[in-house]
Design a protein around this ligand. Sequence first.
Ligand code: PMP
Length: 401
Amino acid sequence: MLTNRQLFLSYLGQTSAEPLMLEISRAEGVFLYGPSGEKYIDLISGVSVSNTGHRHPRVTEAIKKQTDSYLHLMVYGEMIQSPQVEYAALLSSILPSTLNNCYFVNSGSEAVEGALKLAKRYTGKSRIIYFNNAYHGSTHGALSIQGSEKYRGAFRPLLPDTLQISFNDLSSLDAINKDTACVIIEPVQGEAGVIYPVKGFLEKIRNRCSENDALLVFDEAQTGFGRTGFMFAIDRFGIVPDIVVLAKALGGGMPLGAFISSKEIMSSLIANPQLGHITTFGGHPVCCAAGLASLKVIMEENLVAKCNTRSAIFKRELVHPLIKEVRGEGLLLAIRLTESRFVQYAIKYAPSYGIILDYFLFCDNAFRIAPPLIISEEEILTACRQVKLLLDDAMRNAANG
Ligand code: PMP
């Protein structure tokens, strides 16, 4: 009989020459467990998904309750399903008042596709402006606005009338003009290695968009739900986009995405043509029930405020000769090392030190630390101790040639 490892390599579509290949049989809180009892602290949350930890009891309870009522009923937007409507209303209550109309989909990429279509439809224009090192997903539209030719180039032709400009270069914003349908931006760039906008950058984008009747789209797939020490990056910067994209932690561990705008903007999907965006499974009731429960946990357990104190412990503890910088706020941190070969070593051998780390797509000199927001002080201390032992090992290994 083939082992799971052999089945994985034989039957699953592979995209990586060196997949992590860790077998996990159970996950709970900040821990992942292997089949023989191996225990790992999850320092990446499945890439900014498990903000309330793995299998939070309130999330699994909501999932079980929903499976006792109904699963899929009908394509999106026809039947009234309480997890969807309650979740949309709660999201609206914590977002700026103009972001009050929610379209649920299945993933971040899909939410980006919806947002781009909505911007084109509402403005009647086609040009989409995006930034270098942006990551918005892997579907054709999202790939067309990915700020790295390395991943994009092989799949041409892509969406026409897209324009890449430079993140944090205020002069590049002059490209936003009357032809622009929308500007899409991660308010804090994630895959670029946690890059914050310089002062005045988002303000200028907001102004240029308003002056030119272009919509501003914030992709908060990674920054949402407390990750940066604010519920949304919108709150961190005090800039209100016309459309916000949410995903990842939105589903509390289940697949869910959303694009949210004003009712006026969203209404442009109703006519000419009717059914301007269709999804079979978008806003699946079980995923909405899970996401709703997870958001209530974030709010009631005050995880956003706690995120900042936890961030400070990481910053205090992560001092090591190989660490050049701990970049970021909240629990979305880039640990920049002296050389990228140490990053590769650290990620590869992290599991043997009982921790899970990960890469950034467009930043090879740093690794990611983005644990569940529920991580305790003691767990952080253990994790940091292990990171430092791992880096000691990387240093020793380099010295030995
Ligand atoms: N936008 C951002 C900012 C992301 O980080 C990601 C995923 N890393 C996506 C969109 C795409 O989300 P998904 O993988 O769910 O399609």
